[in-house]
Structure formats: C-alpha cells, structure tokens
Design a protein around this ligand. Structure first.
Ligand code: CP
Length: 296
C-alpha cells in the first residue's frame, strides 16, 4: 500500500513511469478507447480549500477509469464539526479504496496516512503540490522530451509550488534556479538537500538559459489577507514576455493556475506562444488518472 504525499515518496523510475503513462492514457482517450480498470473503486476527495482543476481531474478521471468519486468538504461533513482526522481515516478506510486531501495543514495528511489502510493522495497542502508537478513534467516532456539536465526557473513565492519544484529537480534530475524576494524564500532545509537548486534574487538571473519558466500567484490560498503587503514585496517579480526573451529561444512557460493577470504575470503572457499553461491544466486529468491507476 503506497501513498503520494510528496514526489519523494516515489522513486525516479516510478515517477517517470507515471508521466509516460499519463501521455499513453491521453492518446487512448483521444482515440476513443474505453479503459476502465477501476470498476467498483471509489475515491473520496476531501477539500478544505477551493479547487477547480484538481477536483475536476480526479472526478472525471475516476469516471473515465470506471470508478466513482465522492466530494467531501469541511462544512457539510463531520470534519467541520471537529471529528478527528484519524477517526475519519479509520472510517473511510472501511468504505472507499483511496482518498485525496487538500488542506492548509500538511500535518493533517501525515496523520491521516499514519492511520489509514488505503492510499492517500496529497491534492495540495501548504507545503507541497505534487499532483501539479506530474502534469508539469508530462507537459514539458510532450513538448521538449526528457527534462533531465534542463534548466528551469521558478520566479515568485517560495511556497508549495516552489517546494514541489525543488523536489522535482531532485527526482527528475534538472537544474533549478529560484528567484524570490527576501522573506519569501523556500524552506532552507529542503534547499540544502538539493545541489541542483540555486537561489538568486533577480528574475533576470534566474531565467538565463532557462528551458522552462514557472511562476505561481503571490498570495496563495490562506495568504489572502496579506495580499496588499505581498503585491508590494513582489514588485519586480512579474513574469512578462520581455523576461521570457532573456531565456532560451525555445523556452516554455507554465503556471499552475488560477492566474492573477497584472500581478505575477503580465496581461498577455498566457496568450504568448511560449505559454503551455492551458495544456498543463488539461494534463492534470491524464496525470492524475495515471497516478490513480498506479496506486490502485
Ligand atoms: N492548480 C490547481 O491545483 O488548480 P485548482 O486549485 O483549481 O485545483
């Protein structure tokens, strides 16, 4: 029984296998092939925070694979009335086959996984967003081949997406340059473990020779009340078409979405031919299906 709380829970070979499988599943779906290995299986999706892409990818993915998905939020379940997560883990282990959780508290995932007898997927926490990275790696590979040895730039908040890129650099063996304002840098301990990762201050330095440039919103879920302070702190960290011009000629741009045009990206960036953000979002479906298939 395996769970997926972090990219570090799987081997490189397993992760590459899931990414390859995601592309296979995409081709099969486009060809109209019915593939339903998860008949009779149920995924319970616990969302403490909002979601469009992650939820729709899991729900549609389970349907396409022949299984079923249940949406659970804090307000309408006993979780919101204080039932301990360990008790929920025991109960769900007796009723469903796999669980995904999106939470602002990564420890809640660990508590659930310690007690559950079924696989658990991190559908995003305050620390990591590993499902997003599967789709990002798939999208890069479909456009440019293996990401191994490539140069990646992450610009912006050293939060869950940035942490996940640090893990991805280790697992997929690419070089990562991160440009964050002082005070918004990623976890130092995570950085120290990764020799392929370099922290810089200027976005212009981070994108030098980059094959892929990535950013995320400046105020993630849970940081909304800090928005004004953050807009000031992140001035100069907006990713623009001009910034991409400083990277490699065939650079790709990714954003996990939702995006705030005029903040972390310029108004026109998602329409630039170097942006693959819509495809990246679409690949959430295929990569999460590959993950479900692997875990079940
Ligand atoms: N990128 C991402 O996780 O999107 P959602 O918040 O819509 O699920």
């Amino acid at each position: 029984m395996r769970s997926f709380l972090s990219l570090l829970d799987f081997t490189t070979q397993e992760l590459v296998g899931i990414v390859d499988r995601a592309t296979e599943l995409k081709v099969m779906l486009k060809a109209g092939e019915v593939h339903q290995p998860l008949q009779g299986k149920t995924l319970a999706m616990i969302f403490e925070l909002s979601s469009t892409r992650t939820r729709v990818a899991f729900e549609t993915g389970m349907f396409q694979l022949g299984g079923h998905a249940i949406f659970i939020d804090s307000q309408s379940s006993q979780l919101g009335r204080g039932e301990p997560i360990e008790d929920s883990a025991r109960v769900l282990s007796g009723m469903v086959d796999i669980v995904s959780i999106r939470t602002i508290n990564h420890q809640l995932l660990e508590k659930f996984a310690n007690v559950a007898s079924i696989p658990l997927i991190n559908a995003m926490s305050n620390t990591l967003h590993p499902c997003q990275l599967l789709a990002d790696m798939q999208t890069f590979q479909e456009h440019r081949g293996s990401i191994e040895g490539k140069q990646v730039a992450f610009i912006g908040d050293g939060y869950n997406m940035c942490n996940s890129y640090i893990n991805a650099a280790q697992q997929f063996n690419f070089n990562l340059r991160i440009a964050c304002p002082i005070g918004f840098q990623p976890d130092a301990a995570r950085l120290q473990k990764n020799t392929q990762v370099q922290l810089v201050t200027a976005p212009e330095e981070a994108v030098k020779n980059a094959d892929l440039v990535v950013t995320d919103v400046w105020s993630s879920m849970g940081h909304e009340e800090e928005q004004t302070r953050r807009i000031n702190a992140f001035k100069g960290y907006q990713v623009t078409t001009q910034l991409l011009d400083l990277a490699n000629k065939d650079v790709l741009f990714m954003h996990c979405l939702p995006a705030h045009r005029g903040e972390e990206i310029s108004q026109d960036l998602l329409d630039d031919k170097r942006s693959v953000a819509w495809e990246e979002a679409g690949n959430r479906l295929h990569s999460q299906k590959a993950l479900l298939e692997f875990l079940l």
